[in-house]
Ligand binder design. Structure first.
Ligand SMILES: [Zn+2]
Length: 431
């Protein structure tokens, strides 16, 4: 099972305009109140934590250590966790299933944060009025009628607005209603700036059961000739995904327009014209981001489809963080959000039960997959690979360079522990 969240807009319904206005007001009020409660709960836990520190002669101790729990029990006649809930009791207008979920969530985040706060790595978390309000799953009552889905929450009625529904939220809701997917504790969010209400719907989805070969790997090489090239670690399976044109065209067009605007901006001192152009520039930035995201979605889907078609249980990607091997890599990294693509592949692979492994990005494009000879000369052009080792059975044979790269990645066993490395990098940056 895997837990996922979807964001769906909620529109208040009611017979009259006044009725709907009451719902809007109530949601806004709940949102403000939850924010206030959350900040008070954090403060309460922090105080308790400091009391715990004093108890232990000032030496850092685990917040949930046994002595502290006993101390709290004796002093406040309550468990550590319930200290937070006790605070919410003076906000009776908010139903208990929202307050309980809120105090649980704030407490678990507090536990996560507190040690980083102690060592000065982060500040204490503060909650804002548009922070999502957690609510128990039992408080969400769905009803399907005439093709529309209605939600009753805290005695308020909403209709789910799916909009253009590009991410197919309607199917997800249908599956939850049919009990194929399991509904989890979710959140309601009120966005004051946009004047919108959202349901952050959490659910558990079973990982698709399919017999995959855990020893068969797909190597994914990213290149200039093809956005991605897949190869199997065994056998001849391979596939070029997308082409250079589709990858570059939207970005290059948008970038040209952006440069043009930036140039114009240089000569405008101020006033309305400048503001308008700045707005246009921001819009273009967003447009470029969206274009890349769409392309990345398409590529990642094709990579997963390739792996499933061959029943491969592992996808291997190059760990490119901090590495720019040559001009080509630098250019690709600059022009294409490779990190986002890797994240999308990981996310989609997890959903179908495929493992994702990162391997060290070193010489994958310069190594002969037959004899293992490494040489820069073997890469005469961008598109062609030719082994120069005279002892190799394939010496001089022209091969598709992208395929060679993908094959080397598929067979590589130089794994990189990605999360730890990333954490270390972030820590180094802060230090
Ligand atoms: Zn060779």
């Amino acid at each position: 099972m895997i837990t996922l969240t979807r964001k769906i807009e909620l529109v208040p319904i009611g017979d009259t305009k006044e009725e709907r206005a009451v719902t809007w007001k109530k949601v806004a009020h709940f949102s403000r109140t939850c924010c206030e409660m959350a900040n008070k709960i954090v403060a309460r836990h922090y105080l308790t934590f400091c009391e715990g520190l004093e108890l232990s002669d000032g030496s850092p101790k685990s917040f949930t250590s046994k002595e502290l729990r006993e101390y709290i029990k004796a002093k406040h006649d309550s468990s550590v966790q319930n200290l937070g809930y006790a605070i919410t009791k003076s906000y009776k207008e908010v139903p208990s299933y929202v307050r309980a979920a809120l105090s649980n969530q704030v407490f678990s985040l507090f536990k996560q944060d507190i040690f980083d706060v102690q060592i000065g790595k982060r500040a204490m978390r503060t909650y804002k009025p548009n922070s999502p309000m957690p609510t128990m799953k039992s408080s969400l009552i769905f009803k399907k009628d005439n093709g529309q889905v209605f939600l009753t929450w805290c005695k308020m009625d909403f209709v789910l607005a799916f909009g253009r529904d590009k991410s197919d939220n309607r199917t997800i809701v249908d599956r939850i209603l049919a009990k194929e997917y399991q509904l989890c504790d979710s959140s309601i969010q009120y966005n004051r700036e946009r004047n919108k209400i959202f349901l952050l719907l959490s659910y558990k989805q079973p990982i698709a059961q399919q017999k995959l070969d855990e020893k068969l790997c797909v190597g994914v090489d990213l290149g200039l000739n093809a956005p991605a090239y897949c190869a199997l670690s065994e056998g001849e399976g391979r596939e070029r995904i997308g082409d250079r044109e589709t990858l570059l065209k939207p970005r290059i067009n948008i970038q040209a327009r952006r440069r043009n605007l930036q140039r114009q901006l240089k000569f405008i001192e101020g006033g309305k014209g400048r503001k308008k152009k700045l707005e246009a520039l921001n819009k273009l930035r967003q447009k470029e981001k969206n274009a890349v995201r769409t392309i990345n979605h398409r590529i990642s889907k094709s990579v997963i489809d390739f792996a499933l078609k061959h029943k491969a249980g592992v996808i291997k990607l190059e760990d490119l963080s901090g590495i720019a091997r040559d001009e080509k890599s630098k250019w690709v990294l600059r022009n294409w959000s490779y990190y986002e693509l890797q994240q999308l592949i990981s996310y989609k692979a997890q959903k179908v039960g495929i493992a994702v492994k990162y391997i060290k990005a070193a010489y994958t494009s310069q190594t002969c997959p037959v004899c293992g000879n490494v040489s820069r000369e073997q890469r005469q052009t961008q598109a062609v690979f030719q082994c120069v080792n005279v002892a190799c059975a394939d010496v001089g044979k022209e091969k598709n360079a992208d395929y060679v790269g993908a094959l080397n990645i598929a067979r590589s066993e130089q794994y990189v522990q990605r999360t730890k490395k990333k954490q270390k990098k972030q820590a180094d940056k802060k230090a």
